[in-house]
Design a protein around this ligand. Sequence first.
Ligand SMILES: C[S@@+](CC[C@H](N)C(=O)[O-])C[C@H]1O[C@@H](n2cnc3c(N)ncnc32)[C@H](O)[C@@H]1O
Length: 281
Amino acid sequence: MSKAKKESKAEKVVPGKRLSITEKYRLYEASVQNPEADIKFINKVYLDHYGKAPLSLREDFCGTGKMACEWVTQGPKHESHGIDLDLEPITYGVDHHYFSLTEDQQERVKYIKGNVMDPHHFECDVVVAFNFSYYFFKERNDLLHYFKTVRKSFKANKKGAFFIDLFGGTEARKPSVESAKHQHHTYFWECERYNPLTAECFYSIHFKDHKSGIKYRRVFSYDWRMWDNRELMDLLKEAGFSEVKSFWEGVSRDGTGNGNFKESNKAENCESWVTYLCAIP
Ligand SMILES: C[S@@+](CC[C@H](N)C(=O)[O-])C[C@H]1O[C@@H](n2cnc3c(N)ncnc32)[C@H](O)[C@@H]1O
C-alpha cells in the first residue's frame, strides 16, 4: 500500500452497483498482495537466523490463502495451513488458488475456518499475520492474547518465527487517499478517519474500472487500531518472544522503497511506509 500515489481526479460512482465476489477478491489480490516477495523475505530472515529453510507455514487471517497456496509450490516438503473466520474469501481461495495446485501440492495445504485467537494444535516453522490484520484487535489485552497464542504454538518447535507487517508514516494518521494505477483498474486506499486519542482508524479500499469509468467505493473497509512499531515490539516480548527483529525498506534513486528490507532500529520519519517485524520464540 506504500507505493500508491495521492488521488486527484473526479469520479463516477453508481449507487447500488457492486462488484461480484470474484471480482472484488481478484482486484484486491492484484492490488495489495505479493506472496512471492513475502515468501522470499521470510525465507531469507529464517535462513539467516536458523541456517536452514522453513518448511511449514501457518497463515493467520489468511483471507483467500493465496500465500498458503504459493508456499507449497516451493518444494515437496513444504506444508501450510491458512486460518480465517470468513468462508467467503476462503471459498474464493479454494476455487482460484487451491484448485490451481497439483494434487500433491493440494495435499499439503489445509484451510481452517476458525479464529486465530483459539489454540490450534499443529506445529509450524513460520506463522504470519499479514496485511495488518491484527489491527482488528483494538485492546492491548486482546493483541497480547493473540501474540501469546502464537508464541505457545511454537512450544515443541524451538525453531519458529512469527512475522507481522505494519504500516505508518506522517500521512497515515490523517484522512487521505492514495491511489495506484493498474492496467484495467485503479486501486484507492483511503484513511477516512483517525482518532489521535485512541489511535482508532477507519480505512477503505475502492476500485475504479477503467473501461466503464465506474468507481466502486468501500469494497473493503477496516475498523482498526493503528499499532506502532515500538508498542508491537514491547507486546511481542511481553508475550514471551525472546527476540524481536525490526526491518526497514531501502530506498531507490527516485526516493521510493526498493523492496529490499534490512534489519534496523533506525528509520526516516517518512510520509508513508510499510515494514515487517519478526519475533523469535
Ligand atoms: C485484511 S484481510 C487480510 C487477508 C490476507 N491476510 C491478506 O494478506 O490479504 C483480514 C482477514 O482477517 C480475517 N479475520 C479477522 N479477524 C479474524 C480472527 N479473529 N480470526 C481469523 N480470521 C480473522 C477476516 O475474515 C479477513 O479475511
